[in-house]
Ligand binder design. Structure first.
Ligand code: HEM
Length: 551
């Protein structure tokens, strides 16, 4: 043995004895061993074996598929999901550390989950909304959710929505005039304007505010909501942000605190003002059933039905005074027979302000961009408006007018098909679920991701699924499709409580804009860069050009 070999051996022996006597290394080796044993146990559980019978990409030891989402942007995530569905088929399993996930895209599977009165619990990913929504309707569960759904759904009754129409008109004209003054003939991103407008509309309708905060304040709120979506999305997909004990020391947490203070300041102001000014005698809406109500709810029967339809069809004897959302909340806190606290009001206002504005601003921005691209569709929309407003194209839209806007309704539905603002829905199943798409059982405890975006583009449901074609919603085509092949508002007991509000508001807003402007676009759909951070948007902006129509 020469001198150099002897020295190397001494080094190795020294290192071995250092590692074996160092508490840090011993703990590290122990932890790795424990993890390896846990992994072996986990992969031999019945639940994991059931999960693995569902197709999916190969898994790595311990981390499963976590490496596939590590560090990728929301845009890349959308593209990757589509790539996997194309490769592995309509039902895919995934495993992120010990989190079991199944992704569904078959309408029959959607029906099993969404139509059930058992699988009502939201997945763990929604917990990142907790500091913001508390126990608000979107994320709450059990009896709390049931009571709140029962009390909140009637505040979106047809009669109340009808009373909102003049306010929708007023705000639609305001934004139309603002855009005309600032951007006529110039390319601009319409999304931030739709964001501010939908915040203002919600404040004036569901929240009953008489004196709105300055436009800048509404815009700041809308920006803070966008930032919060980005933060929550990061917490959902980046492993280190998922753990509270790591997250609380990060810059992201500081950003979150700042955004939450902007959001909560507005919420508090809304509630305080309404509490001071609300008068139950004068602010309620007198619900007198008329032919229009019956016509509006009759049309809903074409599609999936939920508790909102049932509420609209209740035949109350005599006229009934109904309260809009925040007024009803304020009244309930005063009623000793209803368990409704100040925190409940805060949680629900935060939930409705988010759900009601970010979805409708994305929806309206997509419609405007698509009308700019598909000029033939825009011409048909305008033609329909000319027929409805034959007497005067500049007059205010009424509830009765909205019932005539059948082509515009098809355009909105087709937009929400191709670009659903909520592109996926997450549930946690608390018992094993047999699927219809194959011989698969989702094990109890699994997170189920229902990919609306993908189900809306199935070639067996839509003839030419990638093509923007509002006639996909002609009644004869709808009747031939599986009910659950179109679920932009989800479906079943946990469907969107603002579905009818959204459709009515979008019709009034878009009718007003289309009658005033011709919309142009310098891009086409192939240039859309989709960004899936909670609410689907375009990473490269909703760029349009407006020119004035000669009336
Ligand atoms: C185009 C507009 C809209 C779309 C596409 C949409 C879509 C959805 C979807 C898919 C869900 C289910 C989410 C899930 O399970 O994760 C949902 C739930 C909900 N939406 Fe909407 N929404 C829209 C507008 C609105 C509006 C305007 C409001 C209120 C004014 C609203 C309030 C809610 C609430 C409170 C829930 C939770 C319901 C529950 O869990 O019981 N949404 N929405």
């Amino acid at each position: 043995m020469d001198y150099t070999n002897a020295t190397a051996e001494q080094h190795i022996t020294g290192a071995k004895s250092y590692i074996l006597s160092s508490p840090f290394y011993i703990s590290l080796i122990g932890a790795l061993l424990a993890l390896a044993l846990y992994d072996i146990w986990f992969r031999n559980t019945d639940a994991y074996k059931k999960l693995k019978s569902i197709p999916g990409p190969p898994v790595l030891p311990l981390i499963g598929h976590a490496h596939l989402v590590l560090g990728i942007t929301p845009t890349e995530m959308v593209l990757k999901a589509i790539e996997y569905f194309n490769y592995y088929g309509e039902t895919i399993s995934g495993c992120f550390f010990n989190l079991m996930v199944v992704f569904l895209t078959n309408p029959a599977d959607f029906e099993i989950i969404l139509n059930s009165s058992v699988h009502l619990e939201k997945s763990n990913e929604y917990r990142f909304f907790q500091p913001w929504f508390g126990d608000g309707l979107l994320i709450s569960k059990g009896d709390h959710w049931r009571l709140h759904r029962k009390m909140i759904a009637p505040t979106f009754h047809q009669s109340i929505l009808k009373s909102f129409v003049p306010t929708f008109v007023q705000h639609s004209k305001k934004i139309a005039n603002r855009l005309e003054a600032k951007y006529l003939g110039r390319e601009f991103d319409v999304h931030e304007h739709m964001s501010q407008t939908t915040v203002e509309i919600l404040l004036s309708t569901a929240m009953g505010m008489k004196q709105l905060p300055a436009g800048k304040e509404c815009a700041r709120y809308a920006e803070a909501v966008l930032e919060m979506c980005d933060i929550i999305q990061k917490r959902q997909v980046k492993a280190h942000y998922r753990f509270d004990f790591v997250y609380q020391w990060t810059q992201l947490r500081k950003r979150c605190d700042k955004m939450m203070s902007i959001i909560l300041a507005l919420t508090r102001r809304v509630i305080t003002e309404r509490r001071e000014l609300f008068n139950v005698e004068t602010d309620g809406v007198l619900d007198q059933q008329d032919g229009l109500n019956a016509r509006a709810s009759g049309r809903e029967k074409e599609g999936l039905r939920d508790d909102l339809d049932e509420i609209d069809e209740e035949s109350d004897v005599g006229a009934k005074r109904r309260l809009a959302f925040l007024d009803a909340m304020v009244e309930m806190t005063k009623n000793p027979d209803i368990a409704w606290t100040e925190k409940d009001v805060m949680d629900e206002v935060n939930t409705i302000m988010f759900e009601g504005h970010d979805t409708t601003s994305a929806g309206s921005s997509f419609v405007l961009s698509l009308l700019g691209i598909h000029k033939d569709v825009q011409a048909r929309v305008y033609e329909e408006q000319k027929q409805i407003f034959a007497d005067d194209l500049t007059r205010d839209c009424t509830f009765a007018d909205t019932l005539e806007m059948q082509y515009l309704e098809r355009v909105i539905k087709e937009t929400l098909r191709l670009y659903p603002p909520v592109p996926v829905i997450g549930r946690k199943v608390n018992e094993d679920v047999r699927l219809a798409s194959g011989p698969y059982t989702i094990p109890k405890g699994t997170t189920v991701v229902l990919a609306n975006y993908a189900v809306h583009r199935r070639p067996d449901c839509y003839e030419n699924p990638e093509k923007f074609d509002p006639d996909n919603f002609l009644p004869e085509k709808v009747s031939k499709r599986h009910y659950y092949s179109y679920v932009p508002f989800s479906a079943g007991p946990r469907s969107c409580v603002g579905r009818k509000y959204a459709m009515l508001m979008l019709k009034v807003l878009l009718s007003t804009l289309v009658r005033q402007f011709e919309i142009h676009s310098n891009v086409d759909e192939t240039q859309f860069v989709l960004q899936g951070d909670i609410i689907l948007k375009l990473a490269n902006g909703f760029k349009i050009v407006l020119t004035r129509r000669e009336v």
